[in-house]
Design a protein around this ligand. Structure first.
Ligand SMILES: Cc1cc2nc3c(=O)[nH]c(=O)nc-3n(C[C@H](O)[C@H](O)[C@H](O)COP(=O)(O)OP(=O)(O)OC[C@H]3O[C@@H](n4cnc5c(N)ncnc54)[C@H](O)[C@@H]3O)c2cc1C
Length: 298
């Protein structure tokens, strides 16, 4: 990593929020639901569909879980009212998983119930490895009641192939991503090529078993490999989609759309944009360099 960018990443916590927000705007749609709707309309006009995420995780008070649930219900209402081509991604730790699992399940059930009334899909995001078992369990529980619920599997986890085989057997719609949390090498691959290899392995299992797969990556190597699997298997566009984060790899995103592939953009919004953006900036320190330039311009 460029040492200057490394330094910027280190001092991020003490930089003024206004400065970070200059760069981070590209990663989140804004603070309000209307901002997220506007961004989603724009993306729909560019022929991308969306998945919307109310920012926030690991809440520490049950009232916050209630507020997050209500925000998710508002998102579903707004998607339906505005005829947005999109769905919602939800996080269990934002809905109280770490405080009271049954309370969390009730919150998820309410969200799934609302989605069902609109015939809309719900994606349960995968958080760190302390949540993996609960996430899979809650996803399967919801699917007993409404089929349009899926989750996420992280290619860096050594357990993932087994999870995918089990979930594919239940025809669960899965998003495959590399994984974003710090995990120990006991349970997670660390070598980037090993993670890529596993990513493709998981995608192959789903394609082979005709289970809908969401290929969530900006890594050109993984996108190209997935494209060759799609071509070799002559998969219809109804069997898979690509997914990317807002503000990342726009050129690649547009290339896929132009070629006729379904592309979904992850649209996070809400008051907790700062923590989310800092995480994204840490992921791509090159962007941190822009903060520095802005600092000196001022
Ligand atoms: C739609 C979607 C949903 C996701 N959901 C989850 C989830 O539920 N759980 C989870 O653990 N992780 C999730 N992730 C994050 C994922 O696990 C990776 O951390 C993230 O996508 C980066 O991995 P990559 O495959 O793009 O490869 P990388 O090797 O990280 O990136 C490939 C290239 O993409 C570009 N790039 C990547 N990130 C950025 C950035 N922040 N800014 C600018 N350029 C960038 C760079 O050019 C980089 O070289 C999700 C990712 C996406 C796209």
């Amino acid at each position: 990593m460029n040492p200057v960018n490394q330094l910027v990443v280190k001092i991020l916590p003490v930089l003024p929020r206004s400065l970070v927000s200059l760069v981070s705007r590209r990663y989140s749609a804004g603070e309000g639901l209307e901002d997220a709707m506007e961004m989603s309309r724009q993306l729909n006009a560019e022929k991308a569909c969306v998945t919307m995420d109310v920012l926030g995780e690991n809440i520490t008070k049950l009232e916050d879980a209630d507020a997050a649930k209500n925000a998710c219900l508002d998102v579903l209402d707004a998607i339906n009212k505005n005829e947005i081509e999109g769905n919602i991604s939800i996080k269990l730790t934002q809905l109280g998983l770490k405080l009271d699992k049954s309370f969390c399940i009730e919150n998820v059930r309410e969200i799934v119930d609302r989605a069902k009334s609109y015939d809309s899909f719900v994606r349960i995001v995968m958080e760190d490895s302390t949540c993996t078992d609960d996430t899979i369990e809650i996803c399967l529980l919801m699917r007993d009641y409404y089929e349009q619920v899926g989750t996420v599997i992280q290619a860096y986890l050594k357990r993932s192939e087994e999870d995918v085989l089990m979930l594919a057997g239940r025809n669960v719609n899965l998003r495959i991503c590399k994984g974003i949390y710090q995990e120990s090498e006991k349970i997670a691959y660390k070598d980037p090529d090993r993670i890529r290899h596993n990513f493709i392995q998981l995608v192959k299992i789903l394609m082979k078993q005709s289970v809908y797969v969401a290929i969530a990556t900006h890594d050109p190597q993984l996108v190209n490999h997935s494209l060759s699997l799609i071509e070799a298997g002559e998969l219809p566009t109804s069997a898979y989609e690509f997914q990317m984060l807002l503000g990342v790899a726009k050129t690649l995103r547009n290339e896929l759309i132009l070629k006729g592939h379904k592309l979904r953009v992850y649209v996070p919004f809400g008051r907790h944009w700062y923590a989310y953006s800092v995480r994204r900036l840490k992921e791509n320190p090159q962007i941190a360099g822009y903060i520095l330039k802005n600092l000196f311009r001022r």
